[in-house]
Design a protein around this ligand. Structure first.
Ligand SMILES: *Cc1c(COP(=O)(O)O)cnc(C)c1O
Length: 369
């Protein structure tokens, strides 16, 4: 007889909950037998990938027998030029998700603490948990506004990293520049990770993506992704910009070929695709307005967003409404995972997708679901 498996996983893994992604379109289509299914659940670019990236990928196909460039030289060069930093201040990763894991592996010891705004992106907690570090959540103030004094007050001897997701997923709110500066000047020997995955959608004048603080000498990692505005979530590329010493530490835990060849080629092309970026920004502004207007008409309270999604309060029947939206072909994200059972987060889609979502939502609300 084969012995039952008794090999124990590391104790700290007991604290980890599996990530729950937005359901893919094909799965909902298959499960529910629907013709039209739209996905407004993962903050993807509704206009599609950067056409320049798609074109560039074609040219890389014949070289797939070769390993990727371990240094991602061309991509790092393009990022460095775009943000006016040195290539040695850039690290490229298999999605920004990987960067969060690598930062955790490079800097967190068992027993350390990370401070995260709550609710925010779940990968910060994941990174802490795999290293046996503790997560200290700091709730937002009213209207999901950042409470910088509460964040500063949460710092202890054990604090190693503070995550500032700005604009924040899932609330769409951001931390004002003056507050970021207050935070940076108040803490010592703490790494501040500014997750600016949605920076391209943030038009507030007092918004910052954090990059300006790196050359000013602060221990900041500015995190970016190609998954949102550039529309190439499927190839997985993210990057960080940080002082060189911090980049050097993160490089120690990085796999050599973490960003694949096609991803490098696609991202290098996408970063200079101004036309696609601007079209995406314009479409997002219009789409956000379209959603706000519909929510106003339906009497639903929402949080004004600096990102490509909107968090909206749909009332006490949130879970039923979320499920009924799905049953009618609209995939959104349900707020319960963030402790917000009355909320859904809806990504801004194309005009037609937003219309379809609004129509289905209005129909369900009329039936008092
Ligand atoms: C989407 C997202 C990322 C990056 O995702 P990748 O696809 O792994 O690059 C990072 N932070 C936040 C807050 C996000 O929403």
């Amino acid at each position: 007889m084969i012995n039952p498996v008794t090999i124990k996983a590391r104790k700290t893994l007991e604290t980890i909950q599996p990530y729950s992604p937005g359901k893919p379109i094909w799965e909902v289509q298959k499960e529910l037998g629907l013709d039209r299914v739209i996905k407004l659940a993962s903050n993807e670019n509704p206009l599609g990938p950067s056409p320049k990236a798609v074109e560039a990928i074609q040219t890389g196909l014949a070289e797939l027998n070769r390993y990727p460039d371990a240094d991602a030289t061309a991509l790092k060069g393009a990022i460095a030029a775009r943000y006016e930093v040195a290539p040695s201040q850039v690290i490229t990763t298999n999605g920004a998700d990987e960067l969060i894991t690598l930062i955790s592996e490079a800097f967190l010891e068992q027993g350390d603490e990370i401070i995260v705004p709550s609710p925010s992106f779940s990968e910060y907690d994941f990174g802490a948990h795999i290293m046996g570090a503790a997560v200290v959540p700091v709730p937002f103030a009213a209207g999901f506004e950042y409470d910088v004094d509460a964040l500063i007050a949460a710092v202890t001897e054990k604090t190693k990293i503070i995550y500032i997701c700005s604009p924040n997923n899932p609330t769409g709110t951001y931390m004002q520049k003056a507050d970021i500066e207050k935070l940076l000047n108040a803490v010592k020997d703490v790494l501040v990770v500014i997750d600016a995955a949605y920076s391209h959608f943030a038009e507030a004048v007092d918004y910052t993506d954090g990059i300006e603080y790196i050359n000013a000498g602060y221990p900041v990692v500015a995190l970016q992704t190609f998954s949102k505005i550039y529309g190439i979530a499927g190839v997985r590329v993210g990057f960080g910009i940080a002082p060189e010493a911090i980049v050097q530490s993160i490089l120690k835990v990085k796999e050599p070929f973490n960003v694949n060849t096609l991803a490098q080629i696609a991202a290098t092309a996408a970063i200079s695709d101004k036309e696609h970026v601007e079209a995406s920004q314009t479409a997002n502004q219009a789409g956000r307005k379209q959603l706000y207007q519909a929510f106003d008409e339906l009497g639903l309270a929402y949080t004004p967003s600096m990102a490509n999604f909107v968090l909206v309060n749909v009332g006490p029947n949130g879970e039923t409404l979320y499920k009924e939206l799905m049953a009618n072909g609209v995939i959104v994200r349900y707020g319960k995972t963030w402790g917000l059972p009355e909320y859904i987060r809806v990504s801004v889609g194309t005009k037609e997708e937003n219309e379809f979502f609004i129509e289905v939502l209005a129909g369900l609300l009329a039936k008092q679901i």
